[in-house]
Design a protein around this ligand. Structure first.
Ligand code: RP5
Length: 155
């Protein structure tokens, strides 16, 4: 199974490339696409409706100002959708965060921190690892690396 990384604009890529780096480090296959819920609504529909048949298991959706991207994606599929609120110039990303995290009951979107694309990718990997022992082992090793770093810290 692969992960789909979608973002509302090319301007989101600086942040969303963090998800790409993490997925690559775990050897998780992914597809990526700029897609806009309001500028390309017909394509958005087609893309999300075809996601499961393309082998997508989890969707990561990053957006700033028009942060409805993740909610619209979640409305079009029953695949798990993880939202990444992108920092905005006007309101620092709090607008994106609140819009994504406050999804009405019934259509969930799992929202990470503002610009938290790396955690979104780790979470996506954890979901795929439910059915993949090799990935589960890689996640275990990754946790151990972090623990070792703390335990070996010198001050
Ligand atoms: C949102 O508006 C995008 O996700 C982006 O974060 C923000 C600004 O988009 P651009 O004006 O850079 O295309 O739709």
């Amino acid at each position: 199974m692969k992960v789909s990384i979608i973002m509302g604009s090319v301007s989101d890529y600086d942040v969303m490339s963090g998800a790409e780096q993490i997925l690559s480090s775990f050897g998780v296959e992914f597809e990526k696409r700029v897609i806009s819920a309001h500028r390309t609504p017909e394509f958005m529909y087609e893309y999300m409706k075809g996601a499961r048949d393309r082998g997508v298991g989890v969707v990561i959706a990053g957006a700033g100002g028009a942060a409805h991207l993740a909610g619209v994606a979640a409305g079009l599929t029953t695949l798990p959708v993880i939202a990444v609120p992108i920092e905005t110039k006007a309101l620092g990303g709090l607008d994106s965060l609140l819009s994504m995290v406050q999804m009405p009951s019934g259509i969930p979107v799992a929202t990470v921190a503002i610009n938290g694309s790396k955690n979104a990718a780790i979470l996506a990997t954890e979901i795929l690892a439910l059915f993949n022992e090799d990935l589960a082992q890689k996640l275990h090793d990754f946790r151990k690396e972090q623990a070792d770093k703390v335990l070996n810290s010198k001050i």
